[in-house]
Design a protein around this ligand. Structure first.
Ligand code: TZP
Ligand code: MG
Length: 222
């Protein structure tokens, strides 16, 4: 996956299937449990993993670096891409393939300047944010659009954009659109049918007792 030129101008995220987004808080605070889930998910077909360790994390900086490096290794071993949420230092130190940022995180321009080889994903919650971000699309591997549906997992999530909101953005987007928020084995196909190139999920993976099935359901159109 590592050819950044190829990836930046076509990337192929649209054929990579569901993205696993995960932090230790989602999995009993345990880095070991998190690493085990990532390993099983990769072996079950997940091709993109995002470590999203938020401010409330109980991990200190060293713990985070150790975890990120271990996850990068697991992803590499399984030919999956590894992304870090909004922490450029951690992304660089762990040799991550990419970084995912929100609207008020580290700026895309700064990342491009500091780490030109990192793939970049950007969160978009509304059509206004989409329009405001148009000058950045040339640098993006994908946009993460959502929450599509209500989610219990992200406490500060914005209002759901719904399938119509997602469709409207997809119709204008020059980069792959990844739907996030309330993605489940039941809802994923509706998001894909609405035009999303892929989905990203937390609880669909942490609650799964059959990761092969979860990956399959999260990849499937009706
Ligand atoms: N960004 C928008 S919604 C969300 C994030 C990180 C949380 C998704 O969690 P779940 O459990 O897949 O709804
Ligand atoms: Mg963020």
């Amino acid at each position: 996956w590592a050819d950044p030129n190829k990836v930046r101008t076509g990337f192929g995220l649209e054929v990579l299937g569901p993205q696993l987004v995960i932090e230790t808080e989602n999995i009993s605070g345990s880095p070991r449990a998190l690493a085990n889930l990532v390993k099983s998910a990769c072996r079950s077909g997940v091709k993109v993993v995002q470590l999203r360790e938020k401010d409330e994390t109980k991990l200190n900086w060293e713990d985070k670096v150790v975890l990120a490096k271990a996850l990068k290794q697991i992803c590499s071993d399984n030919h999956s891409l590894f992304f870090i949420d909004d922490d450029l230092d951690l992304a660089i130190l762990s040799h991550a393939d990419g970084i995912h940022v929100g609207q008020s995180d580290t700026s895309v321009e700064h990342i491009v300047q500091q780490a030109p080889n990192l793939l970049i994903g950007l969160s978009i919650s509304t059509m206004e944010e989409f329009k405001k971000s148009e000058h950045l699309f040339q640098h993006l591997a994908y946009i993460g659009v959502g929450p599509v549906f209500a989610t219990q997992t992200k406490k500060d999530a914005k209002l759901p954009i719904g399938l119509d909101g997602l469709k409207a953005i997809k119709a204008k987007s020059p980069v792959p659109v990844i739907g996030i928020g309330g993605v489940s084995e039941e809802t994923a196909s509706r998001i894909l049918d609405a035009g999303a190139d892929g989905v990203a999920a937390i609880s669909a993976f942490t609650k799964s007792n059959n990761l092969y099935k979860t990956v399959f359901e999260l990849s499937k159109k009706e």
